[in-house]
Design a binder for this molecule. Structure first.
Ligand code: NDP
Length: 273
């Protein structure tokens, strides 16, 4: 049976095996999908061993995405742009192809929630790996402006300069931000510690869409905060997780699984519904 897995550290709580098993069942693909948690300095060896032993493809999550970028034989254009790899496929000619499906997953999830990206004013909080992966797919949707704000301002400036050729992207400090924005995407890891990015409450209004890439069974700190300040449309990153997985599954198997039912099953599994 074709073997796939996700590399991460820690990875025990990953929902990827659950999601890909449902995709495989739905599309009648014969495959198994597991977990691997190598020590941080043993990822390269573990990746080699997996493919030497017949593995067909893998996902890569924190903290291995940059290492994976350096280890693959070939990069997709979107992985090259993102500077990180979250999906690897062993091609028929024996090449390890590195791809990045995170940004496509984000955009697909935003669209499935009915969020309009064209001509909208988007605020992206954070300038780490997830922000980097999101920038090209977001700019491809032709927003009127995309502003990046990050705690370490120089990183936001660097990203804006790097992606400037793709569209109207600028960097501002949190203090400089001036509304109104149509969409705020939180790609910081602040919610992981229950913290908030230092965003002024005045930037939140009733018609704004709020997206937190993090997800949890209850509202993330950022979503709670945005609701308190009047946001009526709030979304967490669970849909992005399922959509980026569907994109990876399509890369591996050449068949696109449906995501709606799988997302519902995942929410049930997490106790969200
Ligand atoms: P990184 O570590 O690469 O980047 C973290 C970013 O968060 C940096 O810009 C950092 O700022 C900022 N940050 C951290 N703490 C705070 C704080 N207290 N206040 C303000 N800013 C802060 O992480 P990733 O980009 O890889 O991941 C970010 C988030 O996205 C995580 O929560 C992750 O779980 C989520 N994610 C979700 C996915 C999904 O499918 N739903 C996929 C990928 C990621 P600074 O530069 O100043 O350090």
């Amino acid at each position: 049976m074709d073997r796939y897995l996700v590399f991460g550290h820690p990875v025990r709580h990953s929902k990827s095996p659950f999601i890909h098993t449902l995709f495989a069942r739905q599309t009648q693909q014969e495959l198994e999908y597991g977990l691997a948690e190598p020590a941080v300095d043993e990822f390269a060896q573990a990746l080699c061993t997996f493919f030497d032993q017949g593995g067909k493809g893998c996902n890569v999550t924190v903290p291995f995405k940059e290492q994976a970028f350096a280890l693959v034989d070939r990069l997709s254009p979107r992985a090259k742009r993102a500077g990180a790899v979250n999906t690897i496929k062993l091609t028929d000619d024996g090449v390890l192809l590195g791809d990045n499906t995170d940004g496509a997953g984000l955009v697909a999830d935003l669209k499935s929630h009915g969020v309009t990206l064209a001509d909208s004013r988007i605020l992206l909080l954070g300038a780490g790996g997830a922000a980097r992966g999101a920038l090209a797919p977001l700019l491809a949707e032709l927003p009127s402006e995309l502003v990046i704000a990050n705690r370490t301002h120089t990183k936001a400036q660097q990203l804006a300069a790097e992606f400037h050729d793709l569209g109207p992207v600028t960097a501002q400090t949190y203090e400089q931000l001036a509304g109104p924005f149509d969409l705020v995407i939180n790609s910081t890891s602040a919610s992981l510690q229950g913290e908030l990015p230092p965003l002024a409450p005045a930037l939140i209004h009733t018609d704004i869409a709020i997206y937190d890439m993090m997800y949890s069974a209850s509202d993330t700190a950022f979503i709670s905060w945005a609701k308190q300040h009047g946001a009526s449309q709030t979304m967490d990153g669970l849909g992005m997780l399922v959509e980026q997985a569907a994109e990876a599954f399509t890369v591996w198997r050449g068949i696109r699984p449906g995501t709606k039912q799988v997302l519902r099953e995942l929410k049930r599994n997490l106790g969200v519904i």
